[in-house]
Design a protein around this ligand. Structure first.
Ligand SMILES: NC(=O)c1ccc[n+]([C@@H]2O[C@H](COP(=O)([O-])OP(=O)(O)OC[C@H]3O[C@@H](n4cnc5c(N)ncnc54)[C@H](OP(=O)(O)O)[C@@H]3O)[C@@H](O)[C@H]2O)c1
Length: 380
């Protein structure tokens, strides 16, 4: 299966999309690594993954620039998704400039999917889409999507912009973390496409020893790799599209191979059943914040509220979403030495800022209360 129908749009889109995080910034990147990423994106498209997901926030626009280079000669065949993050002081000129800058960096006249990167309860989306609808009419934007919206947030958004069609939502969905994906599969709130980010659980693939054993058995049975089984499991959900980041060519080829793998209904069910997310609540003081000057995790509540690194969404805004919608949002941590009476964790460094935002948002929303964490481990 190379393509699937994209939600309710009727458009056929590559079943697996290519992720584009971690390329660095214009000022700080390795040229050799960027060359490798361009080659891997082009290889991915040549192997049928003609769907790229980027964002204006990734490397402050640098990821879009790299994608623009990778798309040379391939734009017509690629479904291109990028993201924007409107802030609460809606300024139509800023929204227009943001879109035009993305088009310029991507070296294209149109974006197939323009997505709101994160919900922000302070934003008046009616005003945002008043500006953007003109671009949809002119063809510069073909579809609108959202990311990281819970079902209730999606419902509220749809009510506030009744004339706008939102065709997709990009959320985390993998064997370890099925929480949000299941919330959508179980609810009738949204029938668009779901883009599953971190489909390989950020390279860990599984989330528990049980899953690790199961996926080995299935990989053997299907003569495939564990990653291919994990991707094929996501592909089995009709409207879910995994977005996988792979810098290495071996990984790109392996991931493309997953599009040909069809698991039996029984095996799909056993993978789903194996996946109860290992979320526990831990004392805030058991999470050690470590950082470097470049990757400062914020060390005080005051600093987190001030948000000097301009993390988006800010911990404060994220805390407002948590409070308003009752979101749990486990923070991914790594286990340090522990015994049965005392455990210590540190924030996962795969995407440290993502965890920093959630950690402080939780502390702002519920001072002193236990924090929900998902404990990341490598099981292979
Ligand atoms: N909308 C949002 O808020 C949001 C948030 C997070 C992510 N995303 C999107 O989703 C994309 C993917 O998410 P992610 O990077 O968090 O997680 P991921 O795709 O689950 O994991 C990427 C990691 O898995 C490794 N990998 C790739 N293919 C593999 C294979 N076949 N076998 C073993 N390891 C493999 C990669 O290694 P190599 O790179 O070394 O090959 C990389 O370390 C991002 O790039 C981004 O486009 C969106």
């Amino acid at each position: 299966m190379q393509t699937k129908t994209f939600g309710e749009t009727g458009i056929r889109v590559a079943a697996i999309g290519l992720g584009t995080t971690g390329m660095g910034t214009k000022a700080f990147h390795s040229q050799e690594y960027v060359r490798q990423r361009i080659y891997s994106l082009q290889l991915g498209m040549d192997l049928g993954m003609t769907f790229i997901d980027t964002a204006s926030l990734y490397g402050n626009g640098f990821s879009e620039e790299v994608v623009g280079s990778a798309l040379k000669g391939k734009r017509e065949n690629c479904f291109l998704a990028t993201k924007f993050y409107p802030n609460e002081e809606i300024n139509s000129q800023e929204i227009q400039l943001g879109l035009e800058a993305s088009l310029r960096r991507l070296q294209t006249d149109w974006i197939d999917l323009y997505q709101i990167h994160w919900p922000n309860p302070r934003v008046n989306y009616e005003k945002v889409f008043e500006v953007l609808e003109k671009y949809r009419e002119s063809g510069a934007i073909r579809n609108f999507g959202i990311c990281n919206f819970s079902p209730q947030e999606t419902w509220d958004l749809a009510k506030s912009i009744p004339r706008i069609s939102i065709v997709s939502n990009e959320i985390e969905f993998n064997l370890q973390n099925q929480m949000m994906g299941n919330a959508y599969l179980d609810s009738k709130v949204f029938s668009g496409a779901i883009l599953a980010y971190s489909p390989l659980n950020q390279g860990r693939i599984v989330g528990s020893k049980t899953q690790a054993k199961l996926i080995e058995v299935l990989a053997e049975k299907y003569q495939a790799t564990p990653s291919q089984v994990a991707l094929a499991w996501i592909l089995s959900f009709e409207r879910i599209f995994p977005i996988v980041k792979a810098a290495t060519q071996e990984h790109v080829k392996e991931n493309a191979g997953a599009m040909a793998l069809v698991l039996s209904n029984e095996d799909i069910q056993s993978l789903s059943d194996s996946s109860a997310e290992e979320t526990v609540e831990v004392k805030p003081e058991s999470i050690k914040l470590r950082g470097t000057p470049q990757r400062n995790p914020y060390l005080t509540l005051e600093e987190a509220i001030r948000n000097p690194l301009n993390l988006i969404p800010s911990p404060k805004i994220l805390s407002e979403s948590i409070l308003r919608y009752g979101l749990r949002m486990p923070i991914r941590v790594l286990s340090l030495a522990g015994n049965k009476d005392s455990f210590e964790y540190e924030l996962d460094s795969y995407d440290p800022f993502d965890q920093v935002k959630k950690y402080w948002a939780w502390k702002i929303a519920f001072p002193g209360k236990p924090i929900p964490v998902s404990i990341g481990k490598v099981f292979q």
